[in-house]
Design a binder for this molecule. Structure first.
Ligand code: AMP
Ligand code: ZN
Length: 481
């Protein structure tokens, strides 16, 4: 499998450290608010990667943190802790907020068929581990105390800006936004490992440490939680592209300084989902959630389909029109699958050829839209229905679009409807019979929400002088004389 690695900025053959095994780490949500559908784009694409690795035969262990302390509003070391902000907004304690939004996050994941990682660990559960690593960094000369806080000294590293896309000037952003620069830092890029003093010293959760009562910086949690469960070497680290700097850059700095060797081989970054007006932001409080989509009548899986329709390394624009198109494609796909009859014996040759097309798509840097094209190849192929259904079930282990269960539902609904509908005798008159067949095709198109096709059939009939009327009991027609 080829994967794009942000560290080398190349597509590379994926080779795990231990043959057959993959150690994978994912930056989890900051649980001060609902996840927006942009955050969930990242988790959907990471889920596809994990599922594909398993499908390909790897034994995957995936770990994710829950950020419930230390993530400040700026992503750097300035601003208020996001958790505290959430707690104040809702007049609740930080722990109440964390519990509520952690549960909400996993509810959303369930609706989107995002698997829960093997290990999920909140930052507040690992304070002792953070203290151990920070103490060692001080001992090794990579960290220093200033103004009551412990900072990582980035000047001690040969190559701090490992992702190359960012430089010192980007660090000016925080300053331009009117946030005071931290005079304790020896170098502009230095970052806090442990706070005992910040501008916002009303932090609700604090712990004792060798440097005084305080709380951890944001970045240390991912290094420690990863090392705690996956050891000193990591195969793949994932996150949205905004995490590359400063978060992942700082994770690499502190992990490798602590370990004394390279830590993670592949960095998998997902580009952002944007709205037509720009960036989606949790902190602004105006954002799209799965519940909002549901309240508008969308099946969350249609959003998953929308995400799989484009490559994870391209930014994606969300509009309701784009989502509606994904709904139409999804419903069409389900109707097509529902029409496949489970007939014949498994045709091994066809199975392998079609599976190879699917694997080739995903082997090429997780090309999900081509993987969906491979699904259409199955439907179009000449092989028997049994083989087609076996392939669809197989592909859905990775795509997780509920293909067979939804098709089954659609089939049952259609059967129920046809049982309930008064069975209209098809006419012996070939002209009337052709009208009846067109009306049936239009009804099916409407059911599949394929309104363009339904309208085209209506127009075609109208051109023939046949006027349709939709009633509660079905569609009737009159012929213009
Ligand atoms: P957060 O809860 O803010 O810590 O972010 C959770 C995950 O969502 C991280 O991996 C972020 O990089 C990612 N993320 C944030 N905004 C977006 C977006 N608009 N599109 C895709 N991923 C995002
Ligand atoms: Zn992280």
């Amino acid at each position: 499998m080829k994967l794009y690695n942000s560290l080398t900025r190349k597509k590379e053959e994926f080779v795990p450290i231990e043959p057959g095994k993959v150690k994978m780490y994912t930056c989890g949500p900051t649980v001060y608010h609902f996840a927006h559908i942009g955050n969930l784009r990242s988790y959907i694409m990471e889920d596809v990667l994990e599922r594909y690795l398993r499908y390909d035969g790897y034994d995957v262990t995936r770990v994710m943190n829950i950020t419930d302390v230390g993530h400040l509003s700026s992503d750097g070391d300035t601003g208020e802790d996001k958790m505290l902000k959430g707690a104040k907004r809702e007049k609740k304690s930080v722990l109440e907020i964390a519990k509520f939004y952690t549960d909400a996050f996993f509810d959303d994941c369930k609706k989107l068929n995002i698997k829960t990682p093997d290990v999920v660990e909140p930052a507040t559960g690992c304070i002792d581990d953070f203290i151990t690593v920070i103490s060692s960094l001080i001992e090794k000369g990579y960290a220093y105390e200033a103004g009551g806080n412990i900072y990582f000294d980035t000047s001690k590293l040969k190559d701090y800006y490992v992702f190359h896309n960012f430089n010192e000037e980007d660090l000016e952003v925080g300053v331009r936004e009117g946030v005071e620069a931290d005079g304790n830092k020896r170098n502009k890029a230095d970052f806090v490992l442990w706070f005992t003093k910040s501008k916002f010293d009303d932090q609700e959760l604090k712990w004792d440490s060798p440097w005084g009562v305080g709380y951890p910086g944001w970045h240390i949690e991912c290094s420690c939680i990863s090392m705690k469960h996956l050891g000193e070497y990591l195969d793949i680290h994932c996150g949205g592209i905004d995490n590359a700097f400063p978060h992942h850059t700082n994770e690499i700095a502190q992990s490798e300084a602590y370990l004394g060797h390279k830590w993670c081989n592949y960095w998998f970054h997902i580009l952002h989902l944007n709205t037509s007006s720009g960036k989606m932001s949790k902190s602004k409080g105006e954002f799209l959630t799965v519940s909002l989509l549901e309240s508008k009548g969308y099946n969350p899986i249609a959003y998953r389909m929308f995400c799989l329709g484009s490559h994870y390394r391209k930014s994606l624009v969300f509009t309701y029109e784009n989502l509606d198109n994904a709904v139409i494609s999804y419903n069409k796909l389900i109707q097509k699958i529902a029409a496949v009859k489970d007939e014949g014996e498994l045709d091994a040759e066809a199975f392998d050829a079609l599976k190879s097309e699917f694997k080739a798509a995903l082997d090429n840097d997780i090309n999900t839209s081509l993987a969906i094209t491979a699904l259409y190849s199955v439907l179009k192929s000449k092989t028997n229905g049994h083989t087609k259904l076996a392939l669809i079930e197989d592909f859905d282990r990775v795509l997780a679009l509920n293909l067979l269960s939804e098709a089954d539902k659609a089939r049952k609904e259609a059967e129920k409807e046809s049982a309930e509908a008064p069975t209209e005798e098809l006419s012996d008159d070939p002209f009337i019979r052709s009208i009846q067949e067109k009306i049936a095709a239009r009804t099916a198109a409407k059911k599949a929400k394929n309104y363009a096709e339904a309208d085209a059939i209506r127009n075609e009939l109208e051109a023939m002088g046949v006027i349709l009327t939709d009633t509660a009991k079905g569609t009737t027609f009159t012929i213009k004389q």
